[in-house]
Design a protein around this ligand. Structure first.
Ligand SMILES: Cc1cc2nc3c(=O)[nH]c(=O)nc-3n(C[C@H](O)[C@H](O)[C@H](O)COP(=O)(O)OP(=O)(O)OC[C@H]3O[C@@H](n4cnc5c(N)ncnc54)[C@H](O)[C@@H]3O)c2cc1C
Length: 452
């Protein structure tokens, strides 16, 4: 295999499909190692799910983004790039909308006052985060669904009031299938991002996540790599079980020594389908994904003082109301107040298919119900973003479903969001996985160069 790879790798660069955080991080490692690398990104900007759009002259993420203080791979990368001073850490206010009431849930003290639960259940809810952090080996709970695990850990009342609506709101038809590991890791990691007073502290990149994607891109280019946007890879040219070139949507043929695919697994399956056994692509398609729709509102005033509001109400069509400017100040957006209404949903859902204006008209009455003072006139502009592959569905036994990095094609590897486990997807893990695969490919490349 190395012989075959040597022959091919000597003839072309490493081609990375996808300029999200995984692809860029892999390219950064390869460029650092002095390898020839080209990133091909189909959109006009880099950043993938964490890419942005313009609010006036300012850039904002299409989908809300923040980091936890324990997102160490991001922090290491920003140090290396010399941009660590752009990361800001801020305490945030979180809350829950339940039974027509907004409950503050920012600090342990708030939990004690959470009157939607009786006192012993408030303690149970609080202890869940502590107990979750004590679990070190996810294998012990991998056979359980989130429902089974949460019922065991916190009891039926906490499940009914807090977790069941959140599971249903986030996962819809998949709520009963979600694995315990996904929930456990989410609780453990989020619970670990707190200051001495127990307040949640989150991190953000000044200028937005897209600015960090640009900074990585600049570094790749400075190291001699190439990043091409507006360049969709439409097919692969394969000979003797090796990819010789990738062909773009515009019909350009780009020679490739090695290929790294970083798109969602179903899109990787589409590319590999003509060249690999059906059983292999079926395996790639076995993991389901939810889509996401975010309605982004530019308001002329603030909606509330909460950054992150979980919506525990099945009648409300969004699972989260995120007032981004209660985290990064409105001055960063020309004094506009930015609110995201987020919903994960199957792509067949009617909301996902509505046009942008219909999404707004559909949503505002719900917002008025939740915030009675809110008036539609506050909305100065709105934007709707959709992503078909937003959240892989992590089910019990997920570790056995994750495809390997290697593929049946000798010089093609995959590093995709759905391979991240036991953590949920996130830019921190995209950076971790991207850098790791980049290092491995660089090592193979170095061996090959030495042999040729
Ligand atoms: C609603 C939402 C909120 C989120 N919030 C956070 C958060 O707060 N913090 C956080 O860290 N993470 C968050 N995430 C997750 C984070 O955005 C992702 O985990 C991360 O960006 C994934 O990066 P990636 O490079 O693996 O994949 P992607 O970002 O999906 O990148 C894949 C890239 O491949 C490109 N591509 C696909 N097909 C082709 C082709 N044929 N040719 C060329 N290019 C192609 C795509 O355009 C895309 O740019 C959130 C995600 C969503 C959906």
């Amino acid at each position: 295999m190395l012989e075959q790879q040597s022959e091919v790798a000597a003839n072309g660069p490493v081609v990375i499909v996808g300029g999200g955080f995984t692809g860029l991080s892999a390219a950064y490692e390869l460029a650092l190692a002095g390898q020839r690398v080209i990133v091909l990104e189909k959109e006009d900007t880099v950043g993938g799910l964490a890419s942005g759009f313009k609010v006036g002259e300012f850039t904002l993420e299409r989908f809300y983004h923040h980091w936890f203080t324990n997102d160490e791979h991001v922090m290491t990368l920003v140090e290396e790039l010399g941009v660590a001073d752009k990361v800001v850490y801020r305490p945030t206010r979180t809350g829950m909308y339940y039974a027509n009431t907004i409950f503050r849930l920012s600090k342990p003290m708030d939990l004690l006052k959470f009157s939607a639960l009786k006192f012993t259940d408030r303690i149970r809810l609080g202890l869940l985060a502590v107990r979750a952090r004590l679990i070190k080996d996810w294998r012990a709970i991998e056979h359980l669904t989130a429902r089974e695990w949460l019922l065991r850990m916190a009891g039926p009342e906490v499940f009914r009031v807090v977790w069941e609506p959140l599971l249903a709101g986030k996962f819809g038809p998949y709520a009963e299938k979600v694995g315990a590991v996904w929930f456990w890791k989410k609780i453990a990691l989020r619970g670990g991002s707190r200051d001495g007073e127990g307040r949640e502290v989150l991190a953000y990149y000044q200028g937005g996540f897209p600015a960090l994607a640009e900074a990585i891109t600049d570094k790749i280019v400075a190291l001699g790599g190439e990043v091409r946007t507006g360049c969709k890879v439409a097919s692969l040219q394969v000979e003797d079980g090796q990819v010789r070139a990738v062909v773009t949507g515009a019909g350009e043929t780009i020679p490739a020594g090695t290929v790294l695919l970083t798109q969602p697994l179903p899109l990787i399956a589409d590319l590999l389908e003509p060249h690999t056994p059906p059983a292999y692509t079926a395996e790639l398609r076995a993991i389901d994904y939810l889509a996401n729709i975010c309605l982004v509102l530019e308001l002329d005033r603030s909606l509330s003082d909460t950054y992150w509001l979980n919506v525990n109400d099945a009648n409300f069509p969004f699972v989260g109301v995120i007032e981004h400017t209660n985290f990064e100040p409105p001055e960063s957006y020309g004094n506009r107040h930015i609110v995201y209404l987020s919903k994960y949903l199957p792509e067949e859902d009617a909301l996902y298919r509505m046009d942008d204006r219909a999404v707004l008209d559909f949503s505002l009455p719900y917002l008025m119900k939740m915030f009675p003072e809110f008036r539609p006139e506050w909305v100065k502009a709105h934007h709707v973003w959709r992503a078909r592959f937003s959240q892989p569905i992590v089910v019990p036994g997920y570790s056995r479903m994750i495809p390997a990095e290697a593929t049946p094609l000798g010089n093609v590897s995959i590093a995709s969001m759905a391979q991240i486990y036991p953590e949920d997807r996130g830019t921190n893990y995209a950076i971790r996985e991207g850098r790791a695969v980049g290092k491995r490919l660089a090592a193979v490349g170095a061996e090959v160069s030495a042999e040729v």
